[in-house]
Design a protein around this ligand. Sequence first.
Ligand code: ADP
Ligand code: ZN
Length: 610
Amino acid sequence: MQLETTPETGADAAARLRRDLFGFDEYRGAQEDVIAATLAGRDSVVLMPTGGGKSLCYQIPALVRDGVGLVISPLIALMHDQVRALQELGISAAFLNSSMTAAEQREVIEQLRSGQLKLLYIAPERLVQPATQALLRELSVSVIAIDEAHCVSQWGHDFRRDYLALNELAALFPGIPRMALTATATPLMRDDIAVRLELNSPELFVSGFDRPNIRYAVETKTDPRRQLLAFLGNHRDEAGIVYCLARKKTESTAEWLRGQGFDALPYHAGLSAETRSKHQHRFVHDDAVIIVATIAFGMGIDKPDVRFVAHLDLPKSIEAYYQETGRAGRDGEPADAWMIYGLQDVVRLRQMLDSSDADKQFKRHEVQKLDALLGWCEVTECRRLPLLRYFGDEKLAACGNCDNCSAPPATWNGTEAARKLLSAVYRTGQIFGAAHIVDVLIGRSTDKIQANNHDQLNVFGIGSDIDAQAWRSVIRQLVVLDYLKADPARFGGLALTDKCRPLLRGETTVQLREERKQPALRKKPARKSGTVSDSDRALWHALRECRKELAKERDVPPYVIFHDATLMQMMEYRPMNRDALLGLNGVGPSKLDRYGEAFLEVIRNAEPIA
Ligand code: ADP
Ligand code: ZN
């Protein structure tokens, strides 16, 4: 009798590639469904959080289908790393962009014509050139992936004009599945993306926005450097990003951190292109570099093992905050998103908005966005819930992995205090800043108090039952809650808003968040350096060294060799032969051949577990 063998389906082939080529035991989230839709020739809009695994969604279909897969990406620096990573897996991939010599470009074009390439990364401005389009028409294209697809929407914050022309792909490649992928898109933007790219009844895949491995924490800014140092105590020998608002501050902070024994480098748009690329390269290729940066840094950084993102100044919106903190922990291992903020930040950001000459409607929109972030800083519930709600993701259970969950902040009835404060602001003429108002409330007789005869007012000293720091917190919260506004024309002089009336008349009350005296206790999440024995630690370092050497040799970032998570499995299971090594998540045959022996040798030489 002859055994019937069924031919391999697209889904089978995809699963085989996932397992044997990429070395992943399972799909993550929506990957399987996205791949199925693409293999069936359908267009899609794919929303996945950073680190969710978007690349696999187009890489696998490109490998399964005939022809070359086009990946449109705005970030030239990133293309190089992604292509190198694919080549390390034994996949024929290349990129085309303006940074290449004519000869290099010719070579890629040659490979394309002869059908050798499975994946081509290309920048949007390049794609719309007539010469490129003529070339592409000659080819058989398997799938078109438009990465960072939110760039096509004017509702977003990274709008790029080149992206608008990508609708031409619809006519150029009828019947070829097109995928729009992004990590940030509100429901409004999703529709906009589909319309502008002229996608054909696209299937929508929305993975939750949650990044469960990221721990969110916000502290009141009291002594920024000391606070940062305390925070970094948990992150020695790890890579991270520290965001500041001003260029100067990135430089002074990086220098100070170097003085504290950290390998810290500044990054901002005012540095030379050469310095910027050198610092970025150090960050990506070394294990434990801290980049102190303005928002100029981060777009297109694909480093999966960033262990923390710290904000020394407030970002502009929740979108910006989520995108910046989203750069932490892409490998799924525990990571920290930590921020400090104070009244000064609130005043400064509102002033910046006020003095910008954008149109009124735009400004109003920006003010709302800033207010949403400020409100979030002051929340007393689990931080993750409102964050996800903001992106339309309803979650009901507290996360257990944020500062508010670990140490729920107390609240108090601040009605009486607020009234005293508002009276003090009112009686002094609504022109003085926070420091002076606090002096009036606690009855401190400074020169400024005397010069203005404010010690003669009946509000002088009416708040001596509360200390200065607590008063500053009350002021900050009342500004955030829109009872007080800091007048930009008067250097942050505080004034009452219309919202005060019912409060002053006793018709409403305010509930305030109690200031933590001590920063919330931060428990180090259970991960490698926290919990390992000495022999494990020695092995861990040896594995990292081995990876670093291989990475140097091949001129790729260490994570392209193996992720931290894979090294951790090596430490835990101590595989002694090729088969055992192949069983680990992240090890496929191609990597096994390339690096297997080197790592096996390290493991065999390790001290046995005590
Ligand atoms: P995104 O582009 O969505 O930010 P990536 O495609 O870069 O994310 O994937 C993030 C990381 O997760 C990558 O380093 C990748 O190797 C890993 N990854 C992707 N899919 C899987 C999977 N199914 N199993 C394990 N790891 C995965
Ligand atoms: Zn929480």
